[in-house]
Design a protein around this ligand. Structure first.
Ligand code: ZN
Length: 487
């Protein structure tokens, strides 16, 4: 079916209401031309997002647009006005086809926005490509004119021919960044017949095959956990030195260099890549109901980033451990350090976990230390207690894994939607077979987490520094749960 659509599309040329982008990078800046059909109404509103999924901050990408011009099919100038930062109204009377030319400033080297310099371009679609307001089903085609030395492209988009890419709608367009330059590609691998690639800029010299072997273990473990491979191909897009990563449905863009894989940084880097990879399940597909379909024009507020981000952080260690890349001892140390770190923040008594999610648009992605909390810090800790609670309530026949699988297969795949706060609680309680008010009070109130209580349930004592020791009276069942968690 997918092939057929592509062929029809290729044969038909420019479809009605299609977005057709020419991206000229040959002078190492963003020169864009959008061609699209004019509407029957006397004007067309074109919009650029105020924010981009995966980075929950208002960016107002239209602020970076300049040299904006609109023309009809004869090259006559069309009148336009701008609303706010992100909307352009083009007056299109007696126009069949509309051409808009504009430039975009892109000097900030950051995974959350577009960037270009003499060596590479990171095309963040939500920062570059306009869409027709309220017409998110519009397909888009991108043709790139790159400097001749920029021979490689890293993206999750399907390619129609060299430097030409196709997105079936605006959501896919905005979900698909592209990196172009003199990139290096690591040896790809397949899982379940699906190709996994890693291309990057300035990755440095390191053992690329070893990294890909480790990633294969990580990805196989994550796929085994959820029980599906939902994409046709997956691409890691390495942006070079820097910080941060953003997830998409079939790719992730990550600040990455190979030097970080040497020495003790290796575990941290692999955990980071595990996190970004697992997001295509948890955050992109398993998602809060507020996070998709998206409203790109304003903040999409949810209480549930503690699940989308926090449980993804929880599963970093779990997946690394099951993949044989993090020992039980290392994992225990990591949990102890995470607990100690969170307990040092006075913000834990001032803001609930749900609030930290809803207010991230004001507080910033990691919160305001001392004043608020971060769902990246408290989220995984609540996830850990929740997992212990479900396991102990069910003689270890159920776990948080079952909750994640249900969310994926029933809510996302069958329901084709996100989950609500209430549903998440209900699904956890369904698997635990008991009310979980004791756990969810840690989400919706600032009550202090009683770590010792839950660790005692699996025969572990925590000392004042949250270091774990096995209790002498640990039962066989407690031992089994403990060994399942720390393999
Ligand atoms: Zn994340």
């Amino acid at each position: 079916m997918k092939k057929l659509i592509t062929l029809l599309f290729l044969g038909g040329g420019l479809q009605a209401q299609e977005l057709n982008f020419e991206v000229d990078l040959r002078s190492y800046q963003y020169d864009l031309t959008l061609t699209t059909s004019a509407p029957t109404e006397p004007y067309l509103d074109l919009e650029i997002p105020a924010w981009s999924p995966g980075y929950y901050q208002v960016m107002d990408f239209g602020k970076n647009f300049h040299d904006f011009h609109a023309y009809n099919e004869y090259g006559d100038t069309l009148r336009w006005i701008k609303f706010g930062h992100n909307t352009w109204r083009i007056y299109t009377s007696n126009t069949k086809e509309l051409k808009v030319k504009y430039k975009v400033r892109a000097e900030r080297n950051f995974v959350g926005t577009a960037f270009i310099d003499k060596e590479r371009a990171f095309l963040k679609p939500s920062a570059l490509f306009l869409h027709r307001k309220n017409e998110k089903d519009t397909p888009a085609q991108i043709h790139i004119h790159a400097p001749s030395e920029w021979t490689k492209v890293a993206t999750g988009l399907d390619s129609l021919k060299a430097y030409t890419y196709y997105a079936k709608d605006v959501d896919i367009l905005y979900d698909s960044p592209l990196l172009i330059g003199e990139l290096k590609e690591l040896p790809p691998f397949e899982i379940g017949g699906k190709k996994h690639r890693f291309l990057g800029y300035a990755m440095g010299t390191f053992d690329g095959l070893r990294l890909m072997n480790d990633l294969k273990k990580i990805i196989s473990t994550a796929i085994e956990l959820i029980g599906d491979i939902p994409y046709e191909h997956y691409t890691f897009i390495g942006l070079g030195p820097g910080n941060g990563g953003i997830e998409q449905l079939n790719s992730t863009a990550v600040a990455f260099t190979g030097q970080e894989l040497e020495g003790p940084g290796r575990t941290r880097t692999l955990s980071f890549l595990t996190h970004e990879y697992f997001h295509h399940f948890n955050a992109k597909r398993i998602r809060p109901i507020e996070l998709g379909p998206f409203d790109y024009s304003q903040p999409n507020r949810t209480n549930m980033l503690w699940v989308a981000e926090g449980l993804t952080a929880y599963y970093e260690n779990i997946i690394m451990n099951r993949a044989g890349l993090l020992s039980a001892e290392e994992m225990k140390k990591a949990w102890s350090a995470s607990i100690a770190n969170f307990q040092k923040n006075p913000g834990r008594l001032k803001q609930t976990l749900a609030e930290s999610s809803a207010k991230t648009w004001e507080d910033g992605p990691f919160g305001k230390k001392g004043e608020t909390i971060s769902y990246y810090e408290k989220g995984p800790l609540v996830g850990m207690l929740l997992d212990i609670r479900i396991r102990t309530a069910t003689q270890n026949t159920r776990s948080l894994d079952d909750v994640m699988r249900y969310l994926y297969h029933e809510i996302y795949k069958k329901g084709n939607r996100g989950y609500t706060d209430a549903e998440f609680i209900k699904i956890c309680e369904k698997y635990a077979g008991t009310p979980l008010d004791d756990i969810f009070q840690y989400v919706y109130s600032t009550k202090e987490l009683d770590y010792a209580h839950y660790f005692r349930m699996i025969g572990i004592d925590l000392d004042e520094n949250y270091q774990m020791t096995l209790r002498k009276d640990q039962t066989a069942l407690q031992k089994k749960i403990y060994q399942d968690l720390f393999r």
